[in-house]
Design a protein around this ligand. Structure first.
Ligand SMILES: C[S@@+](CC[C@H](N)C(=O)[O-])C[C@H]1O[C@@H](n2cnc3c(N)ncnc32)[C@H](O)[C@@H]1O
Length: 233
């Protein structure tokens, strides 16, 4: 069910009329503010932390594949409850940031659970406090769907990553399977209002719009899941 493509092939797929229409559909009438998003995740943080097993079943293999080679000083942007931490190599130093203090409380426990050398900080992904070129690898999972300004957040990821480093993303997206895509389009507005998540967004198009150099992209699970590797240069 997984397909891996060169960036050009994927890029071409994404430039079809249907995809462009999907991109239009994925834009909510009003973007929530960072504060509203933080409130939304504060409410669900404990529930999401309890769903750890479900997440491992659905997303575990994609997280492992995408993040197992992250090395050096690693920044996990919008780390949430710290689901990615277990897939990082024990030699790496991990720094997690998130807008929600409630999500970060769980992420802190994950650092302890896996005895990782790391810290977590409450911070807006769109305005990171870190100096330029301060991380070897920047990772982020299921996050660009929630950022009020995903382009600004991607520019920040690029800024804090060393020039020869890597930006590794794992995202959900609008499915390639028509019935699933139709369902996503149908639920998109209500889902955004309730959860602050753009259900049918197109992360590759957003990464391209941000001007990052995509070195690899793949889709899996009926096109619902995508991995994107990008270079800050
Ligand atoms: C769907 S969750 C994903 C969490 C985690 N990366 C994972 O894969 O389980 C989205 C996360 O993005 C965080 N978030 C949303 N907007 C943010 C922002 N502007 N800055 C930092 N974190 C943000 C939310 O608080 C939430 O933890």
């Amino acid at each position: 069910m997984q397909s891996s493509n060169s960036h050009d092939a994927v890029g071409q797929q994404h430039r079809t009329e249907g995809e462009n229409a999907a991109q239009q559909q994925s834009v909510p009438r009003r973007s929530k503010s960072a504060g509203e998003i933080a409130d939304a995740y504060a409410e669900v943080a404990d529930k999401l932390a309890r769903w750890r097993q479900l997440d491992r079943l659905f997303a575990g293999r994609y997280r492992r594949r995408q993040f197992r080679h992250a090395n050096g000083r690693v920044l996990d942007v919008a780390c949430g409850t710290g689901r990615d931490f277990r897939h990082l190599t024990s030699g790496s130093e991990v720094v997690g940031i998130d807008i929600s203090a409630e999500m970060l409380a769980h992420a802190r426990s994950e650092l302890d659970r896996f005895e990782l050398d790391g810290t977590v900080h409450q911070m807006d992904a769109q305005a990171l406090y870190f100096p330029d070129d301060s991380f070897d690898t920047v990772i982020s999972s299921f996050s660009t769907c929630t950022f009020p300004d995903p382009i600004a957040a991607l520019h920040e990821m690029e800024r804090v990553c060393t020039p020869d480093g890597e930006i590794l993303l794992l995202e959900h997206r609008r499915s390639d399977a028509a019935p699933l895509a139709w369902l996503q389009d149908w639920r998109a507005e209500a889902h955004y209002e309730k959860n602050g998540c753009r259900l049918n967004h197109d992360p590759l198009a957003t990464v391209e719009q941000a001007g990052l150099t995509v070195t690899n992209a793949s889709t899996a699970f009926f096109g619902l899941v995508t991995t994107i590797d990008a270079s800050p240069e």
